[in-house]
Design a protein around this ligand. Structure first.
Ligand code: NDP
Ligand code: 2IT
Length: 447
């Protein structure tokens, strides 16, 4: 049945079964290019149809979310949870609240999560969910009512041993708290069924920093591996949300100069570089005031580029930390011609397939998000461990564990991604992530 397995044949079938889901196709294609040649050499995976099974979510839950805004209008949004794969642990992955959310985006994110969570070495399956709800311009009360309505349905499908959501774009600790409070009210139980919680009720130290810190640690590992480091490098960071903020912070701690941040309206260019005071301003601006990044340019008297991305600027390192497909082929060509040395993705799939090909051809060190942004879900896994043993570890202990996990992911990528003196981190991450989940699925038999 699978004798003619080839990337092209596989993708044709997948596209036919999942029409119009371009982000999902893009994510699967990238993994298929690494994994299918490996499967052809290891027929046990082919015979068991493992990759066919891995590209079909276990189940998808879609529901109506009805809530009332401050003017007493009845509002209706779509809610989703894609439970992708629980071969190596409970479904685990974030919730995204953004008007662009649709099934294709959540399936690409859930699929990527399968490989990312496997790479963390922790027992975590994969899922993703969210809503097309737009938090921008909503009052805190509106956000609370939306979260309560969303959880009223989601509570039927999650649990600490079943599916453990967390945050993503538009979902931070405020939203997690409203969601947690509603679950507790509905189920009459206090359990660790969400991560990214505040410290007062079961959250973990370092979780809010984890994705960004982990991304900087991964970059440092890649550079150390070729005898270099972040020290003294000029760095472009995109985004100005959770991941960008803490990526910038750790890059600064490691001696890098962060000269950009962005949001959906444009980017700021600060040639003097960020410092602790400027970063504190950004965190307050984004987390508390929910303002625009252009305020930074006004406050610190630097350039704001309306509706543009930062990738045309000269730099040594880039950290895309905003959203999918924010670096296209043209941006990649500009980065290469300006002498970029390495890219570590804080966001999920921020680089288009054509842009990745350019980085690979140029032998640029390029870390895909499933490797370099795995620190967030890894510390979520550690939050689950702490909830289970009803203990809280110290910040030092957690940061050490995070560092070890990122180093271990790097080692796995090098082991599986070596290509004549160049490390192909895409291939390394895909294969290392695949093998563990595939072996678990094989062990279960045909289920
Ligand atoms: P936040 O909501 O905190 O911040 C998102 C940032 O990205 C904001 O600056 C936002 O700008 C910008 N952004 C979002 N959508 C777009 C868009 N369509 N075009 C341009 N800019 C956009 O989210 P996070 O920082 O948590 O997430 C950022 C990325 O990191 C996402 O890809 C996410 O999947 C990924 N990620 C997050 C993890 C986590 O632990 N939070 C873990 C691993 C990956 P604006 O405010 O204008 O919308
Ligand atoms: O994309 C991601 O890995 C996240 N948004 C974090 C998921 C989690 O469960 O912490």
């Amino acid at each position: 049945m699978y004798a003619d397995l080839s990337v092209e044949h596989f993708m044709n079938g997948l596209i036919k079964r999942n029409p119009g889901e371009s982000e999902f196709h893009q994510a699967v294609q990238e993994v298929a290019e690494s994994v299918i040649p490996y499967i052809l050499k290891h027929p046990r995976y082919q015979k068991a149809g493992i990759f066919q099974r891995m590209t079909e979510p276990d189940r998808i839950i879609i529901f109506r979310v009805v809530w009332e805004d401050d003017k007493q209008n009845i509002r209706v949004n779509k809610g989703y949870r894609v439970q992708f794969n629980n071969a190596i642990g409970p479904y685990k992955g974030g919730l995204r609240f953004h008007p662009s959310v649709n099934l294709s985006i959540l399936k690409f994110l859930g699929f990527e999560q399968t490989f990312k969570n496997s790479l963390t070495t922790l027992p975590l399956g994969a899922g993703k969910g969210g809503s097309d709800f737009n938090p921008k311009g909503k009052s805190e009360r509106e956000i609370m009512r939306f979260c309560q309505a969303f959880m009223t349905e989601l509570s039927h499908h999650i649990g600490q041993n079943l599916d453990v959501p967390a945050g993503d774009i538009g979902v931070g600790s405020t939203e997690i708290s409203f969601l947690f409070g509603q679950y507790k009210r509905l189920k009459h139980e206090f359990s660790g069924m969400l991560t990214g919680k505040p410290l007062e009720f079961g959250g973990s130290l370092i979780r809010k920093e984890a994705t960004g810190y982990g991304c900087a640690f991964f970059m440092e590992e890649m550079l150390n591996h070729v005898g270099d480091s972040i020290q003294g490098k000029t760095c472009l960071v995109s985004g100005s949300g959770n991941v960008a903020q803490y990526c910038a912070e750790k890059v600064m701690h490691l001696g890098g100069k962060v000269v950009t941040l962005s949001d959906s309206s444009g980017f700021i260019y600060d040639p003097d570089g960020l410092n602790e005071e400027k970063l504190a301003f950004v965190i307050d601006l984004k987390l508390i005031k929910r303002g625009r990044i252009s305020e930074y340019a006004k406050k610190f008297n630097c350039e704001f580029h309306d509706n543009k991305r930062p990738w045309d600027l000269p730099c040594d390192l880039a950290f895309p930390c905003a959203t999918q497909n924010e670096i296209d082929e043209k941006n990649a060509a500009a980065l290469i011609s300006n002498g970029i040395k390495a890219i570590a993705e804080g966001a999920n799939m921020p680089t288009t397939a054509d842009a990745i090909k350019l980085f690979e051809q140029g032998k640029i060190l390029y870390a895909p998000g499933k490797a370099s942004n795995a620190g967030g879900v890894a510390v979520s896994g550690l939050e689950m461990s702490q909830n289970s043993i009803r203990m809280a570890w110290t910040a030092e202990e957690l940061e050490d564990r995070l560092k070890i996990i990122m180093k271990n992911i790097h080692t796995q990528c090098v082991m599986h991604g070596k290509e004549n003196g160049y490390t192909n981190y895409v291939k390394g991450a895909n294969l290392a992530g695949f093998i563990k989940v595939a072996n678990a699925m094989l062990a279960y038999g045909v289920v």
